[in-house]
Each structure stands twice: as structure tokens, then as C-alpha cells.
Design a protein around this ligand. Structure first.
Ligand SMILES: NC(=O)c1ccc[n+]([C@@H]2O[C@H](COP(=O)([O-])OP(=O)(O)OC[C@H]3O[C@@H](n4cnc5c(N)ncnc54)[C@H](OP(=O)(O)O)[C@@H]3O)[C@@H](O)[C@H]2O)c1
Length: 250
């Protein structure tokens, strides 16, 4: 059977994280070569990608940079360009979580969250989509959040940064469609990763109670939706915010 991402090249940010690792694994298993972007690498991560690369026969390389460091980000893209393996798929997955009520949220924190979850994502899309536009091909997937669609107390900074990313997804999709670049976002509900450590357990319980499946998502359940959006199976889907919410109807 034909692999869904046969010989495509994917750049995935936040590859060290819970959903990021699943993205790397699911994409490699479906035939993609991968630039696994991490803030910092370590021996355990390098060992994991070596084993995955051996098992799948795909090229998987770690690329280290902090998303908020625009110079480091440019250098990383230059390093990728030197290899002359143009990026077909960009998954903007890295993000920071933050939760606090309006009067407990400093502007400094708000800016920090927007720096990572919004401005850095747009900068990366600007850089990568220029190359995609020249080749008239590409799929960009932004990992957003249900927090950007709901208005739960305490989600001001994080939720607003994801809502901004949702809006940007639709605008950029409209702008880049003529270059045959599709841009979509995924809005996961609470997902079983270390990001949940930043959330109040009672808030997690409340959100889970709103889902019809009564559980958190597993990271691979998000990665498989990204796989669909990255592949040609979704060729007529553009500018969408796909809720992966376990059936949350309110
Ligand atoms: N888990 C959930 O419940 C949930 C729900 C909805 C949406 N999401 C979204 O899903 C995506 C993945 O999150 P996750 O659940 O997998 O969380 P995670 O395990 O905490 O992964 C987030 C990753 O982002 C990286 N990162 C953060 N700041 C960065 C920076 N400045 N530069 C480069 N990398 C940076 C982290 O790097 P380090 O490893 O170096 O810290 C980490 O690997 C995020 O966009 C998140 O908003 C998650």
C-alpha cells in the first residue's frame, strides 16, 4: 500500500514534546523524511530518532533552535537549505502553556506567550512558505487549541494566542492558496502530555466532563489528524480549524 507521505519532507517544531514525538513517529511511519525541531537535544532523543530512522528507513534529523530567537531560527533554515531537501510540510507544534486570571496576568507574561505561540509561528511560516511558493506546493499545519475557541476563565494569554493563530491560519490560507499551499489548524482538546502538568487538575476534570468520550486525547490521536491534513487525502481542505475535541458540544 502507498504510504501517505511517501518521500515528502516535513519540518516539525516541538518534536521533543508529547504531541511532537507522535507527529515525528506517525509521519516517519508514513514515509516522510523529517527535520525534528527541538529547543535542545539530548542523547535519549538522538537515540530515539536513530531507532525510528532505522525502523522506518527515513531520514530524521534534529534541528536545535529556540523559536523566539529569530537569528537561530534563520540559521536552522539555512542549515536545512544547504541539504537541498525542500520542506513540503511544516507543522507548527511547539507552544507554551500559561494559565491565570485577568488581574493575575502581567503584560510581560502575555507578551511571552504571544512571542512563542503567535509571533514565532508567523515568522516561521513567512520563511518556509517563501520556498513553498517558489515550488508551488506545500501544506502548513498549525497546532492550535480548543482554548482558542472556548472562553474558559484563566485562559486569557494562552487562549488568545491560539485564537490569533486560528485567525492567521484562515488569512494565510486565503493568501497562499494561489501558490498551491494549504494552511490548516488543529484544535485539540486536553491531551495526555506534560503540558497538562501546567493545568489545574480540577480544570482538566471539568473539560473532560464536557467531552462525550469522557477522556483526554492521546498524542497520536492528534498526530493522525495532522497526517491527514499533511497528505493529499485532504487536498480540498484549506483554511480550516479542525476541532479534535472528543465530542464537546458546548
Ligand atoms: N496537551 C494538551 O492538552 C494540548 C491541548 C491543546 C493544544 N495543545 C497544543 O499542542 C502542541 C503540543 O503541545 P504538547 O501537549 O505536546 O506539549 P509539550 O509536551 O509541552 O510540548 C511542547 C513543546 O514545545 C516546545 N517549545 C516551547 N517553547 C519553545 C520555544 N521557545 N522554542 C522551541 N520550542 C519550544 C517545548 O520544548 P522543550 O521540550 O524544550 O520544553 C516542547 O517540546 C502545542 O501547540 C499545544 O499548545 C496541547
Amino acid at each position: 500500500m502507498q504510504l501517505m507521505l511517501n518521500r515528502k519532507v516535513a519540518m516539525i517544531t516541538g518534536s521533543h514534546g508529547g504531541i511532537g514525538r507522535s507527529l515525528v513517529q506517525v509521519f516517519a511511519e508514513q514515509g516522510a523524511d523529517i527535520y525534528a525541531c527541538v529547543r535542545q537535544t539530548d542523547e535519549a532523543f538522538e537515540q530515539w530518532i536513530r531507532e525510528l530512522s532505522d525502523r522506518t528507513g527515513r531520514s530524521i534529523r534534529s534541528v536545535c533552535f529556540d523559536l523566539t530567537d529569530s537569528e537561530a531560527c534563520k540559521l536552522a533554515l539555512q542549515e536545512i537549505n544547504v541539504r537541498q531537501t525542500p520542506i513540503d510540510i511544516l507543522v507548527n507544534n511547539a507552544a507554551v502553556a500559561q494559565g491565570s486570571l485577568l488581574h493575575m496576568t502581567s503584560l510581560k507574561e502575555l507578551r511571552m506567550v504571544f512571542d512563542v505561540n503567535f509571533f514565532a509561528q508567523i515568522a516561521l511560516i513567512q520563511n518556509v512558505s517563501r520556498q513553498m511558493a517558489r515550488r508551488r506546493s506545500g501544506s502548513i499545519i498549525n497546532i492550535s487549541s480548543m482554548a482558542g475557541l472556548c472562553a474558559d476563565p484563566g485562559s486569557l494569554a494562552y487562549g488568545a494566542s491560539k485564537a490569533a493563530l486560528n485567525h492567521a491560519t484562515r488569512v494565510i490560507a486565503a493568501e497562499l492558496a494561489s501558490f498551491n499551499i494549504r494552511v490548516n489548524a488543529i484544535a485539540p482538546n486536553v491531551t495526555d502530555t506534560k503540558m497538562l502538568d501546567h493545568m489545574d487538575p480540577t480544570v482538566i476534570e471539568k473539560i473532560v466532563a464536557r467531552t462525550s468520550v469522557h477522556r483526554c486525547a492521546q498524542p497520536e490521536e492528534i498526530a493522525k489528524v495532522a497526517l491527514f491534513l499533511a497528505s493529499d487525502l485532504s487536498s480540498y481542505i484549506n483554511g480550516q480549524i479542525i476541532r479534535v475535541d472528543g465530542g464537546q458540544f458546548f
